[in-house]
Ligand binder design. Structure first.
Ligand code: TRP
Length: 442
């Protein structure tokens, strides 16, 4: 039980509620949704299982796991994952800080009164650096104290609360004029659009799938090292993959109809989409301002728990590595690493274009590259051992070879294509490729 809660806590977070809706909106709506769902089912969940296999078999955190199971040279895969976690947390914490700010803004009503200018004011400069610091301090505190029980309890409350809040808001959004265009945009895929935009939709959807499942960050490897031989990896992987996806899609069913009802052009919301759409809707809730403010406090409170349970796992990987391998003590390590991550996040807090840039590098470059190495490692280094490990405790005997075959061929090929498209964007199209210099700062 402990493992699955921790893993769901890691997977369900800002990726579902903040990132998924605005990525969907920016990448053509239903076309993105279809590719995303395929990416989760055909690639994401099998890769999640691959990380479980590595973690449980090695029984140690990520860098050590690759060293122990493979040829020693593979340790770098774990290291790239740890770097990706470090990198991601730097801007994840900035958004977590905005969530904290929105709890305050719901209490005072400021966030609901003028959502757009409120977001503009709190998402950049010193206010944003300040809330980034607060979010990071809370994360450091929890990791330093090592209060895993608290995380499990928080996840137990958070997941049902997120679902209830999202279903409620989705029902409200459905009543608004203009919502139906949102559904058409989100739920009615057009094959031609997908094919015409494959070059952008594919990397975006795969990046989102990996990010949201927390694969490629060495996190799931580390968590799976605590698993026993009797746990069923496939059952756990499918449970995590499906519940995580449902929460993302639910967030889409809230935010996209809201954006359309509020007349926001698809794709123009950017990282602020959720932070403007939700308060605008809250202000219109029946019953007047106080109801909206109360719902806002609960909604952003729940999102904060979701963000923290993910952030904790990101910091935990980095700290666990240093504590396990160098015998550092926990509190100063968490504080030191947390401080370094805070510094790295300052540009993202200062200016949204930097946040976009950090997110671009992390999700479209670091992440698919680690995933590629994980796939190569499990498919071609572990090989038969991976089948044994996946089968232990699961009773899925005959499916395991199919999974390994997929990892070795189809999944490997798709991930290579995704990495190739991303590298092409990076190297061959410096004008439009968005990684080398943040677009608006160019
Ligand atoms: N999956 C988390 C979310 O959807 C975010 C995340 C990305 C994450 N990578 C991670 C969490 C690594 C923990 C570890 O919000």
């Amino acid at each position: 039980m402990g493992f699955i809660l921790a893993a769901i806590g890691s997977a369900v977070g800002l990726g579902n509620i903040w990132r998924f809706p605005f990525q969907t909106s920016a990448n053509g709506g239903a076309a993105f949704l279809v590719v995303y769902l395929l990416a989760v089912l055909l690639i994401g969940i099998p890769v999640l299982l691959a990380e479980f296999v590595i973690g449980r078999r090695a029984n140690t955190s990520a860098i050590g796991a690759f060293r122990k199971l493979g040829r020693p040279g593979w340790w770098f895969v774990g290291a790239v994952g740890v770097i990706a976690a470090f990198w991601t947390l730097s801007y994840y914490s900035v958004i977590g800080g905005w969530v904290i700010r929105y709890i305050g803004g719901s209490i005072t009503g400021g966030a609901l009164a003028a959502p757009e200018s409120y977001f503009g004011a709190i998402s950049v400069g010193l206010p944003s650096v300040g809330t980034h610091a607060i979010f990071m301090l809370i994360t450091i505190g929890i990791v330093a104290l090592g209060i895993e029980d608290g995380i499990e309890l928080a996840t137990k409350v958070m997941v049902p609360a997120v679902v209830v809040m999202l279903v409620g808001l989705a029902a409200f959004a459905a009543t608004l004029p203009g919502a139906s265009e949102g559904y058409a945009f989100f739920l009615n895929p057009n094959l031609d659009t997908i094919i015409a935009n494959a070059g952008t939709v594919l990397p975006a959807a795969f990046g989102q799938a990996f990010f949201s499942l927390s694969v490629g960050f060495s996190v799931m490897i580390t968590y799976a090292s605590y698993l026993g031989k009797n746990d069923s990896l496939p059952v756990d992987g499918v449970t995590i993959g499906i519940s995580n996806t449902i929460i993302g899609v639910l967030a889409g069913l809230v935010v996209l109809p809201l954006l359309f009802a509020q007349g926001v052009e698809p794709g123009s919301g950017g990282p602020g989409a959720v932070f403007v759409a939700i308060p605008t809707a809250l202000a219109e809730l029946p019953g007047g301002g106080l109801v909206g403010q109360a719902v806002g406090v609960v909604f952003f409170g729940v999102i904060l728990i979701a963000a923290l349970s993910s952030a904790i796992s990101l910091l935990e990987v980095v700290v666990a590595y240093l504590v396990d391998n160098y015998g550092f003590s926990r509190l100063p390590t968490a504080a030191g690493i947390g401080a370094a991550i805070f510094l790295l996040g300052i540009p993202s807090a200062w200016e949204t274009a930097w946040l976009d840039w950090f997110d671009g590098i992390g999700v479209t470059l670091l992440l698919p590259i680690t995933v590629l190495f994980v796939v190569l490692f499990v498919g071609w280094v572990l090989g038969q051992d991976a089948i044994d490990e996946l089968t232990d405790g699961s009773g899925i005997g005959s499916l395991a070879p199919i999974w390994l075959w997929g990892i070795r061929t189809f999944i490997l090929a798709v991930v290579v294509i995704v990495v190739a498209i991303n590298l092409w964007d990076l190297l061959a199209t410096p004008d439009t490729g968005y990684y080398i210099v943040p677009g608006p700062l160019r």
